[in-house]
Ligand binder design. Structure first.
Ligand code: FAD
Ligand code: MLT
Ligand code: ZN
Length: 462
């Protein structure tokens, strides 16, 4: 059946917005990545679970591949439709359904943004702890599908820790209502958690039950300049043994010039190879004195060069903005991103190996190291130099990947800590997962998606 008759039949089958208008195809056929050319068949905007179920039945009947699309902030091309897939956008399924104060459970449709959930929690004097700088656009459906992390993982864990129920439509068009908000439910395999991190390859997340928690108290942050980043574990232990740690982030000096291009305030510290941004609960005078004494111990030992402790909320937000603005600041370049993780205890040796690779392989490239060093997650963003064309640059970065991932495998780390595999990390999956694991994952997919219509080609070759 040709595309127009296919779309005509789809329009007769499901009563919601469907468009193949060029500009919409280009916008909704991709995510934050720029490696693949979007080429979707059409974009459909369901408004209910029934709409989604009708679309999935249609897709199985005509073997049309489907790509679920959330906020399209993904960094691994998981929401890219480059092979005439039908994109299912959750934009119109963006309602807050209900909140139960006793259970502290918020039921939402998948298209609600991360920020809307944070703001709803704030209004009820509670806290939704998954925080990432894409929160204004990223949707809870996408956060669940990628098991998003963010800056507070060190204290609150990942998205998976806050999802107590899911309503999904599987690739076989089964509507499943998983776990229904229960804290305890020991009745067989945890099907809910299979959908967390599934990147749209098992089915479409339509609704989520999200748990909210107490707000952190009296948060203070500290920006430190460090001469040797391999000492970060000592600093981590010192702070974590004395305070509740909300975040432990880092970034390299090369980030600062880019941050300054969009930051309203000038970066306050002198030139140093690396910086740490530490966020702690610090509610009393003696805790503040303790933080200052730790600071003095570190500076006397020469581990840190200088630092700033936030004195008020305005300065607290300003110090955070330096870390949060990195991705946006460098997005004016074509960037090749790596998102790798090891156990935090391995960071000192791991980061030395990473620095060697970067110095040897990327000597003339502007390379930014940053991320969630406290939970073992390092982001590497390589900016395409003007002298390189896109194809040569990507080819070169992909060659270097193998050096990088051999190191990751040596430390038994992950080639994708929090951004998912999508299409970009697919060729490198075997550095972290065994052939047997990949075979079992494919078998699990075939249980939920017998015709392989759900996001084929993401995570593993279709
Ligand atoms: P999309 O990009 O739309 O989709 C992502 C994947 O989920 C795709 O495979 C898609 O098919 C699938 N999907 C989307 N919605 C559904 C659904 N309803 N049902 C089934 N599958 C679905 N990520 C982090 O983990 N930590 C960070 O700190 C972080 N910071 C970021 C900062 C910036 C500036 C940017 C641009 C991105 C950042 N990201 C980060 C990456 C990205 O924001 C996350 O991966 C986020 O979870 C993606 O959500 P989304 O709604 O945009 O998903
Ligand atoms: C971050 O921590 O800022 C993100 O994961 C984004 C990135 O890697 O660019
Ligand atoms: Zn990150």
């Amino acid at each position: 059946m040709d595309s127009s008759s296919l779309l005509q039949e789809l329009r007769n089958t499901v009563s919601c917005k469907i468009t193949d208008e060029e500009s919409v195809l280009n916008t909704y056929g991709t995510d934050w990545t720029r490696e693949f050319i979007p080429d979707p068949l059409a974009i459909v905007f369901p408004e209910s679970i029934n709409n989604i179920r009708d679309i999935v039945i249609f897709a199985n009947k005509h073997k049309v591949p489907l790509v679920p699309s959330g906020g399209r902030t993904g960094l691994s091309a998981g929401a890219v439709a480059s092979h005439r897939e039908l994109v299912i956008s959750l934009d119109k399924m963006n309602k807050i359904i209900e909140f139960n104060e006793t259970d502290r459970l918020l039921s939402v449709e998948a298209g609600v943004t991360t920020q809307e959930i944070q703001e709803y929690a704030e209004k009820h004097n509670l806290f939704y702890p998954i925080d990432l700088s894409s929160k204004g656009s990223s949707q809870i459906g996408g956060n669940i599908a990628t098991n998003a992390g963010g800056v507070h993982v060190i204290r609150y864990g990942l998205t998976k820790n806050w999802i107590k129920g899911l309503r999904v439509v599987t690739g076989n068009a089964n509507v499943l209502d998983l776990n229904k908000g229960l804290t305890k439910n020991a009745t067989g395999y945890n099907l809910k958690d299979l959908f967390i991190g599934s990147e749209g390859t098992l089915g479409i997340i339509c609704e989520a039950i999200v748990e909210l928690t107490d707000k952190p108290r009296d948060s203070v942050n500290i920006l430190l300049s460090v001469s040797d980043i391999s000492k970060s574990s000592e600093i981590l232990n010192l702070f974590r043994n004395n305070f509740i740690l909300n975040a432990f982030e880092f970034f390299s000096n090369s980030a600062v010039k880019h941050i300054n291009t969009i930051s309203k305030i000038k970066f306050p510290l002198k030139n140093s190879p690396y910086y740490l941004l530490i966020d702690i609960e610090c509610g009393s005078e003696e805790q503040l004195i303790k933080a200052e004494s730790i600071y003095n111990v570190l500076s006397t030992s020469g581990i840190i060069v200088e630092g700033i402790i936030s004195q008020n909320n305005k300065q607290y937000n300003e110090l955070w903005s330096f870390r949060e603005n990195i991705t946006e600041a460098i997005s004016v370049f074509l960037t090749y991103k790596n998102d790798i993780s090891v156990k935090p205890s391995q960071i000192p040796l791991f980061i030395k190996d990473i620095q060697n690779i970067i110095n040897n392989e990327y000597p003339e490239f502007d390379t930014i190291l940053f991320g969630h060093i406290g939970d073992g997650n390092i982001h590497i963003s390589i900016l395409k130099p003007k002298s390189y064309d896109k194809g040569d640059f990507l080819k070169f970065c992909k060659e270097v990947n193998h050096h990088l991932y051999r190191i990751v495998a040596k430390f038994e780390g992950s080639i994708s800590a929090e951004h998912g595999v999508g299409m970009i990390k697919r060729p490198y999956l075997m550095y972290t997962r065994t052939a047997k694991e990949i075979e079992i994952m494919k078998n699990i997919k075939s249980v939920f998606d017998v015709n392989n219509i759900m996001n084929p080609g993401k995570i593993f070759p279709s």
